[in-house]
Design a protein around this ligand. Structure first.
Ligand code: FAD
Ligand code: SF4
Length: 343
């Protein structure tokens, strides 16, 4: 256990964010890093629970959270990085954008704010890159087996990295013009700047992964061809189907799917040429239908594009401020949240 009395001595401190009036002027990431001292105290809050619900119940990839909290507290960063990478290929993505069900499952959350697990994760991986500890891990032995992966979102990327490290020849195929899936063309830069993806792609290329963009599996390459040319095919094509609203007026002008709007903004930041009349919120009164994370991303992009006003509409009733008795720890708390974009 990091520090026996840590959870009694220190309270939770969240990672600082850039001030609202500054961050709305650009698309740069808004979250900043806690100082080493502060992070040390945050790691000290972990109780190293006998049954760590953060790991067993909360984290979908079963990150070994109490172990890396303890290692960070003891300043063993390199070992913390190895522990983190043992379950998670891309902590720099999850450390930035994961909704952190580990934190809502943290035992401390029963009667005080949970451990700031997600930020500790982000700091471990960023320190790893800064210190040069994140290196290519090419396989010692090749199997001679060929694997095609359709779709280059986080699922396809993780599969590609694991399979290449096992010695297989991996080709990652993507119908879009860049690798990354919704990390690249859904999530706005103010939550995840795109050099973060490029940095990993560089490592994966050194590990032997071949990237092919502008290739739509099933159209440009037939399944028969893939079956003939590869030993296995991984389908990691994501969802890609927007949820439409079949209501009167749906066919009017100025109504767009979230992803058409968000992807265009990400492309603009990447320096791509946009259509002559791109979707823009500039000087418009914007209505965002849907109160979830994608809706919030549209709010954040609209503000930065210079919308006159933004109204976000949600179908469900306003959730309570605190957990209801029917929604106890360690369940995901259905409580009112204010996103950074809404702030
Ligand atoms: C606006 C938005 C914001 C989000 N924000 C967050 C967040 O903050 N935190 C979070 O945890 N999650 C967030 N998500 C969800 C998260 O992005 C997805 O869960 C995740 O990207 C899914 O990964 P994936 O690899 O399965 O699929 P995707 O990321 O969808 O990638 C699939 C890829 O496959 C490609 N593809 C599809 N068909 C073919 C084909 N036939 N041939 C070749 N390629 C093909 C697609 O072009 C795409 O690039 C957000 C989603 C959206 C839309
Ligand atoms: S549940 Fe919370 S306090 Fe317990 S091990 Fe996990 S992070 Fe530490």
């Amino acid at each position: 256990m990091a520090k026996t009395t840590g959870f009694l001595e220190y309270t939770r401190e969240d990672a600082p964010k850039r001030l609202v009036h500054q961050r709305v002027k650009d698309f740069r990431e808004l979250e900043q890093l806690l100082s080493d001292d502060k992070l040390h105290r945050q790691a000290a809050r972990c109780m190293d629970c006998g049954v760590p619900s953060c790991h067993t119940y909360g984290c979908p990839v079963e990150n070994r959270i109490p172990d890396f909290n303890d290692l960070v507290y003891r300043n063993h960063w390199r070992r913390a990085l190895d522990v983190l990478h043992s379950t998670n290929n891309f902590p720099e993505f999850t450390g930035r954008v994961c909704p952190a069900p580990c934190e809502s499952a943290c035992t401390l959350g029963i009667n005080q704010p949970p451990v700031t697990i997600k930020h500790i994760e982000l700091q471990i991986i960023e320190k790893g890159f800064k210190e040069g500890w994140v290196e290519a891990e090419p396989p010692a032995v090749k199997t001679g087996k060929r694997i095609a992966i359709a779709g280059s979102g986080p699922a396809g990327m993780a599969a590609a990295q694991q399979l290449a490290r096992r010695g297989h020849d991996v080709v990652l195929m993507e119908r879009s013009d860049r690798i990354g899936g919704l990390l690249r063309y859904g999530i706005p830069d103010f939550k995840l700047e795109k050099w973060v993806i490029d940095r990993r792609i560089e490592q994966m290329a050194k590990e032997g992964v071949i990237f092919e963009t502008g290739v739509e599996v099933g159209k440009d390459l037939s399944v028969r061809y893939l079956q003939r040319s590869f030993n296995a095919v991984v389908l990691a094509a994501g969802a890609s189907v927007p949820r439409d609203l079949n209501v009167p007026g749906r066919d009017l002008q100025g109504i767009h799917f979230a992803l058409d709007f968000l992807a265009q903004q990400n492309k603009a930041i990447a320096g791509d040429e946009l259509p002559q009349e791109p979707i823009s919120a500039r000087d418009k009164h914007v209505v965002v239908i849907g109160g979830g994370d994608t809706g919030s991303d549209c709010v954040g992009v609209s503000i930065r594009q210079g919308a006159r006003s933004i109204t976000q509409i949600e179908l469900l009733p306003k959730p309570p401020q605190q957990r209801s008795p029917r929604n106890p720890w360690p369940e995901w708390p259905n409580v009112l949240r204010t996103s950074s974009s809404q702030q």
